[in-house]
Ligand binder design. Structure first.
Ligand code: HEM
Length: 237
């Protein structure tokens, strides 16, 4: 018995059919789709709140949901560069800023939910919690490092800082990823729940590991400076 004919084109050829540069209309469509997708978790939270379906502990639900999506978007942002190396799709670089800003937006809402809904903007209680619970300390450190990245994400800031300095500053994202992982693992350790931590740890190790391998590679080409659009000058990617 023979099944339906399998697609004979190897994966690499299928990938190559997507052009390295998309025309403006297609790129806008991809970006709009990604934008809409990134809004879904927030819309879902509003829907659940409006229908009184946030569960027995709504504050915890909201904080955890926003934190989880900030982490997922951080991983998505870190995926762009290795994906670009693999596919040579230059336009991917132009989606990275939007994903990074969505990560920052979810992280900010997560922090506000904790400060406002959990701690009632009580500075003394907040200070005590940051000092007492190491996972909160790690979260604060991660968020503080996210701030300069968000503040310098615009094209104007890339120009102002210069491509190389901007790149150096944005390497802070690796420290953010490790601190968020610590923030997550520390709180789950208290509940002896390491299943999802292991998944995120694997993803983040792979995303950072592939960069380290490339950096250590003896045949590594000198990295050309970034243009304001985040595309490497002279390489088209
Ligand atoms: C000022 C900084 C931060 C504070 C005070 C903070 C606080 C918290 C709190 C209170 C929880 C809930 C713990 C629980 O009830 O079990 C939490 C969970 C979490 N946070 Fe944060 N956080 C901060 C920064 C971040 C950042 C920057 C990210 C990601 C980019 C993040 C990702 C997460 C994740 C993934 C969870 C776990 C959600 C789950 O249990 O499924 N946090 N955080």
């Amino acid at each position: 018995m023979t099944g339906p004919p399998r697609d004979a084109a190897p994966a690499a050829r299928r990938l190559a059919r997507v052009p390295a540069a998309l025309d403006a209309r297609r790129f806008a469509a991809v970006r709009a789709l990604l934008f809409a997708l990134a809004c879904v978790p927030l819309a879902r939270l509003f829907y659940l709140a409006a229908t009184d379906a946030l569960g027995a502990n709504p504050v915890e639900f909201v904080i955890r949901s926003l934190g989880t999506w900030a982490l997922v978007l951080l991983c998505a942002t870190l995926t762009i560069t290795p994906l670009r190396w693999l596919t040579h799709w230059a336009w991917l670089a132009r989606l990275r800023r939007m994903l990074g800003l969505f990560c920052f937006a979810y992280a900010t809402l997560h922090v506000f939910a904790y400060v406002g809904l959990d701690q009632w903007f009580d500075g003394t209680a907040l200070g005590a919690d940051i000092l007492k619970r190491p996972y909160i300390t790690a979260g604060v450190a991660a968020y503080l490092l996210l701030l300069p990245l968000a503040a310098t994400s615009s094209h104007a800031m890339v120009r102002r800082l210069g491509g190389r300095n901007w790149q150096r500053l944005h390497r802070l994202v690796y420290a953010v990823a490790l601190l968020v992982l610590l923030h997550y693992a520390w709180q789950k350790a208290a509940k002896n729940d390491f299943a999802t931590v292991a998944v995120y740890a694997t993803v983040i190790s792979a995303l950072l590991g592939v960069r380290l391998l490339r950096w250590l590679s003896p045949r590594r080409l000198p990295a050309p400076a970034l243009t304001a659009t985040g595309i490497r000058r002279g390489t088209g990617r």
